[in-house]
Write a protein that binds this ligand. Sequence first.
Ligand SMILES: Cc1cc2nc3c(=O)[nH]c(=O)nc-3n(C[C@H](O)[C@H](O)[C@H](O)COP(=O)(O)O)c2cc1C
Length: 340
Amino acid sequence: MTDTADMYNGGGDGGYDESPPSTVMLPGGGIDLSTRIGATLLPNPITTASGCAGYGKELAKFFEPAAIGAVVTKTIMPYPRSGRATPRMAETPSGMLNSIGLQGPGIDAFVERDLPWLAARGGRTIVSIAGGHVDDFVALAERLKGAPGVVGIEVNISCPNVANRGQVFACNPATSYDVVRAVRDATDPVVPVLAKLSPDVTSIVDIARACVEAGADGLSMINTLLGMVIDPDTMKPVLAGITGGLSGPAIRPVAVRCVYQVYAAMREGSMAQVPIVGMGGIRTGLDALEFVLAGASAVSVGTVIFNDPSSPVRILDELRAALVTRGFASLESAIGYAHR
Ligand SMILES: Cc1cc2nc3c(=O)[nH]c(=O)nc-3n(C[C@H](O)[C@H](O)[C@H](O)COP(=O)(O)O)c2cc1C
């Protein structure tokens, strides 16, 4: 690992680089793409979107996990889960519908097998967690304390709250607050906690504000939009689970709008300022730039990975070039530029 990689691997051993992101040109003509989420400094703003790159291993055939800012894992639950019945994927115009149902190995297998592999490759890992009860989230956060390579926890609140008739946590400011507060309290203070928001709400600003008041160090937005497809031949829903999450280019304008609205609320002072990780339909560096201009400090690359597994590094190169072309000396100076 290079010195530079070491410097940016801060969260891996709980380390914390105190210096603010610099805006200087780097040797070799590159620009400074580093970005900060709470106490974690990432070397660049590109991350994988949860559920679209497994636990990092799948991508290692295409690029080194350490080449991007961070790998955001598929959401981990307390126990192994086989997910929903098939079919659980459907194509739609400019998008994809999935109802995977949080399939996964459970936290123990993840901590023992997947996390050490990523850490050994120098990867920075943001672990996505979810549960049906606030206590599940707390147990997951506690299990991750001191785990190698963890530079953040993304709280996937787009899952049903068993204690509230299955209403999705993310659809209610009070339940969003409760789960984020509990995870923040249970997590190592130097590890940032990000709340992953659902766009299927009346006011995303209200949910974002509740999460930040609960102690979220950052906001990831957006998760998929609820949708469904009916097959005109069988005249039945295509997905066994009937509804699924819509992702891909079709949702990008919705996602950019959400990032813009929340960043605007931060600028106006109606909520505290925290970094935003923007996602939804990013396929190119220019798509990523759109999120940065709207107010995102980092971006996640999701659905495009399924047909272009090396897209995160391509998008990183394209974003760098797009920033240089527009005269930005750093990523930081472009964040929220559309609001000026
Ligand atoms: C197949 C698939 C699985 C996903 N699984 C998760 C998940 O486990 N946890 C989560 O928070 N989001 C999950 N997502 C949502 C993505 O992380 C992302 O928020 C969304 O797809 C929008 O980005 P995109 O359009 O670039 O894919 C999943 C998306 C897809 C397509």
